[in-house]
Design a protein around this ligand. Sequence first.
Ligand code: C2E
Ligand code: MG
Ligand code: MG
Length: 672
Amino acid sequence: MLTVLIVAYLSTKLITKYLTPLERLKAATIRIADGDFSSRVNIDSRDEFEALADSFNEMTRRLRSQFDILSTMAEIDRHILSSLNADDIIETALSRLPSILFCDLISIAKIDPETYHVSDIHTRRTGQDTEIKTGPIKLNMQDVLDLLALQNDVIETSTDGKLSAYLQIFGDMDSWRFLIIPIVVNGTLSSMICLGYQAPNPIPPESRSAARNFGDRIAVALSNAAWEEKLYQQAHYDSLTGLPNRLVLNDRLAQELARAKRDGTQLAVFFIDLDRFKTVNDSLGHTAGDELLTLVSRIFVNCVRETDLVVRIGGDEFVIVITDLHNHHNPMSLVSSIAEKILASLNQTLVVAGHPMTFSASLGIAVFPSDADNAQDLLKNADAAMYHAKDEGRANFRFYSPELNAAALENIKLEQELRGAIAREELRVYYQPKVDLNRRIVGAEALVRWQHAEMGIISPAKFIPLAEQTGLIVEIGQWVLEQTCLWVKACHDRGLGPVRVSVNLSGIEFKRPELVDKVAEILSKTGVNPHFIELELTESVAIGDPKTCIERMHDLKSLGLSLSMDDFGTGFSSLSYLKELPLDVLKIDQSFVRHLESEESSRAIVKSILALANGLGMETVAEGIENDAQFEFLEQHQCHLFQGFLFSRPIPAEDFLKLLEVDSVKESLSKH
Ligand code: C2E
Ligand code: MG
Ligand code: MG
C-alpha cells in the first residue's frame, strides 16, 4: 500500500513537473498565435524545461523584433507611397527604430552633398524628447570616404573609431558603441543615421542587417520626398527669383482673407510693375533683365516683414500681401509708408550686367474689406490702381478708387485683346493722301486701325500708347511697314503712282538695336523700291544719346528710304539741333495748323519752321488741314505737301486706289 502511495505521489509529482511547463509553453504558443509577443514563459526548474523556455523566450523576442521590423517597414513604405515630406519620414524613423533595433540613442542628420556639412541633427535618447541641432558640423574627408565606401553596409564604431569627431556632438559617450548607416539618395550622400548602444548592451546581430534595410527604405523615402519637394517647388516657386508664384498667392491670399474676415481686420494687396523693364530687356538682353528681376525681388523681400507675402506673378509683375495691419494705430498710413519704402528702396543705383542704372516701379494698392472682399477683386483693383500710378507718370503709388476702375479696366482689357489682334487679322492699314499745290495725290501716310470685333474701329491714338507700354508696338510696326511695302509695290506693278508712302515709327522701335536689319529685311522681302518708302520719326527718338540716334538715322537712310520728322514743334527739339539730323522731310504738327487763323503765334511759328526747313533743303508737309484758309496760308509760305481732312481722311487701300485712278485720269485728261 505504502509502495503504491509512494509511486502515485512520485508519478503525480513527476507529471506536475512535466505538465506545468508544458502547459505554460502551450499557453504562450497560443498567445503568440494570437499575435501577442509581449509575454514571456517563466520556468525556474534548472533543467531542460528551463532551457526550453529560455529558447522559447528568445524565439519570441526575435519573432517580435522581426514582426516590429516588418510593421515599421510597412509604415515607412506607406509613407513612401503616400509621399509624405522628409520631416514625417524622419519622425517615423526616430520614433520606431529604437524599439526594434534595441538602441539607446538614434540620430538622423542631413549632409550637404557639396560641402559635407552635417546639419539638422535630430537626436532622440531613450525616454527623452527629440533634440534638434541645426548648427553645421563639417565632416572630414576620411569620414566622407568611409561613409561612401560603406554606403551599402553599416559602420560599427565608437568614440575612438571612425567618425569619432562627429560622435562628439552627443557628449561624453566613451563606453558606447555606434552603428552608422550612410544614406545615399540619387547617387549623393544625403544623410546618415546613427544608432547608439550603451555598454554593456551588445549590438544585437540582427540589428545590423535591419539597420541597413532601414537605411535603404529611408533613402528611397527621402529621394521620393526630395522629388516631391522639387516638383512642389517647381510648381509653386519661380525658378528665377525663388519667390512663390501665383498658385501660392491664391492659397495664401484665401487663407489670409478668411483670417481677416474672422478677426475683423484689414489687409492690403500691392500690385507692382517695373517701369520700362522692357527697355532693359530689349537693350541689354534677357540675362540683364533676369538679373534686374532677381535684384528687385530681393529688395521687395527686404522691405516687408517675414509674415508678408512677396510673389512674382509673371514678367516684371509682383504682388505683395501685407497682413496684420490691426497691430498699427493707423493701418492706412502704415500701408502708405510701406509703399513709399518699397519705391524709395528701388530708387538707388543698381548694377545690372555691369551697367550702373536706376529703376522705378509703379505700385497699386487695394485694401480688404473697403476695396473688395475677395481675392480676385482685390488683385484686379490693385492692378487697376497700378495702371493709374503708371498713367500719372510712373515711379509712384496709388490707392484703388472705384472711379479709376472703369478706365483702367478698359485699358487692361484692350491690352489683353491687342496681343492677339495681329494673329486675328484685326489690324488694318489706312492711307491718308498727301497732295501737292495742285491738290494732286503725290504721297500718303500709312495709319494703322484696329477693327475690334465688338467696339468697331479703334483709333491708334488709343491703342498705340498701350502698344508702346507693352512693347507690342514692335510687332505692330513691322506689320504695318510690311503691309505698306507690299501695297506700294502692288501700286507700282499696276502702273499707279508713283506715290511715296510714309510709315510711323515709334521711339520704342527706333531704339531697338535690330531695327535697321529688320527694315532691310522687310524691304528686300517685299521687293519694294525703297525710294518710295519714308519713315516718320518723332522728336522722342533723339532723347538719350543724340550720337547713336544720328548714326542709326544714317544707317536707315543708307537703305535707300527717306526720313521725316513728324509732329515737328511739339517736342523738345530746338531748331538749331534740327540741322544735325539727316532728315528729308519735316511735318508741321497739326496743332499749329489748327490755330493758324486764330493765333498770331501759330502763324509766326509755322512761317519760321517753313523758312528754316526750306533753308535746310528739307521738304515740308503740313498735316491736319481742314479748310481752304489753312491751305492758302501754307501755300503762300512755300509749304510743299498738304495732308488733312480737306483732301481726304485716312481711307482703306482699295478706296485709295480709286482716288489714285481718278487722279491719273484727271492727269491724262489735262495732258490731252
Ligand atoms: P500722326 O502720325 O501725327 O498722324 C496724323 C494723325 O492726324 C492721324 O490720326 C490722322 O488721322 C489725323 N489727321 C489727319 N488729317 C487730319 C485733319 O485734317 N484733322 C484732324 N483733326 N486730324 C487729322 P490717327 O490716324 O488717329 O493717328 C494718330 C497717331 O497714331 C498718329 O499721329 C501716329 O502718331 C500714331 N500712329 C498711327 N499709325 C501708326 C503706326 O502704324 N505706327 C506708329 N508707331 N504710330 C502710328
Ligand atoms: Mg505720322
Ligand atoms: Mg503727325
